[in-house]
Design a protein around this ligand. Structure first.
Ligand code: AMP
Length: 306
């Protein structure tokens, strides 16, 4: 149930869990309203399909940058958040907001109510909130853990974009390279991916059991980090990753990609890039992606495969 508008936005009380069937109508209604009053400022792009090693990548080139503030602009947009962008109370610890500057329609942010740093490790509560949303919405969940992984905000936020994502036949373009991955319950590597990573298949039925989904996903996540050699250290804010990485979650699999840098040839890459969807801010960069090939861009921001 949405919190009434008069509730102070930083001091909302914990709300009951998301009501079944409520998320998608809430996203549609909030997006319509937020757009009508200018709170939602979509970034318009032109998408080009680029084929590379059997993957039909979508490369979006920005045609209008709306009024998006520069990355890292002063202030925290999630505490307090803009009430017009509020979608739903997901759990006692998380709320869902609309991305103010969406490239992909109905792009959802799952934000912690209290500040936590974006490079802190994901916990059961984060995965429980993600799973509650993904049970309602067939989407790609993702996490850009750190600025070198493409995060522009320091306040912890997972994200979901609805599927299908790319211009091709498959729901997530990179899935063309995941077909040969083992069907084990333990993380492994997908033979087709040409950069260091860890991958595990999921049983979609997991999302039908929200009480347990958070814990199960958190266990898979811990195993993925170990397999990809992303170490956690204890800090005064809890466990933190020692390096940046991207995490991608669908109802069918999870993928973790440790990152070495944010950009390759001035092309910024975040988790969506590893799903097969790149965003460039001008034609010059689009031409660079064409020249290098999208997979070379991804290899350029990830560790070499062992
Ligand atoms: P990331 O760049 O991966 O850290 O994701 C953060 C997202 O927050 C970006 O995609 C921004 O478009 C979005 N964003 C920036 N400011 C706001 C805001 N005031 N409210 C909601 N979303 C925002």
């Amino acid at each position: 149930m949405p919190v009434p508008p008069e509730t102070p936005r930083t001091m909302r009380q914990a709300q009951p869990a998301l009501a079944p069937g409520a998320l998608w109508p809430a996203i549609l209604e909030r997006a319509r309203h937020a757009l009508s009053i200018g709170a939602l400022q979509p970034i318009h792009t032109r998408q080009e399909a680029l084929d590379d090693a059997g993957v039909r990548f979508g490369v979006r080139c920005v045609s209008s940058l709306a009024h998006k503030p520069p990355a890292g602009a002063a202030g925290n947009p999630f505490a307090p958040y803009e009430p017009e962008l509020f979608v739903a109370d997901i759990s006692p610890t998380h709320v869902a907001l609309l991305n103010k500057f969406p490239v992909i329609e109905h792009h959802l942010l799952i934000v912690t109510r209290r500040f936590e740093p974006q490079d802190s490790a994901l916990a059961v509560g984060d995965f429980a909130a993600l799973a509650a949303c993904m049970a309602e919405l067939n989407g790609l969940g993702f996490y850009n853990a750190g600025t070198s992984a493409g995060a522009s905000q320091r306040h912890k936020h997972l994200q979901i974009v609805p599927l299908p994502l790319g211009p091709g036949e498959v729901e997530v373009p990179i899935e063309a390279l995941l077909e040969d991955a083992p069907a084990d319950a333990q993380p492994d590597r997908a033979p087709g991916l040409p950069f260091e990573h860890s991958f595990v298949r999921l049983n979609p039925a997991l999302f039908g059991d929200p009480d347990n989904a958070g814990e199960l996903l958190a266990e898979h996540y811990a195993a993925l980090l170990r397999t990809a050699s992303v170490a956690l250290i204890m800090s005064d804010r809890g466990p933190m990753a020692t390096q940046a990485y991207n995490l991608l979650v669908t109802r069918r699999w999870m993928l973790c990609v440790p990152r070495t840098q944010e950009c390759f040839d001035s092309i910024r890459v975040n988790a969506l890039g590893f799903a097969g969807s790149l965003l460039v801010k001008d034609e010059e960069r689009l031409e660079r992606v064409r020249r290098h090939g999208p997979l070379a861009v991804l290899r350029g921001v990830a560790r070499a495969r062992r």
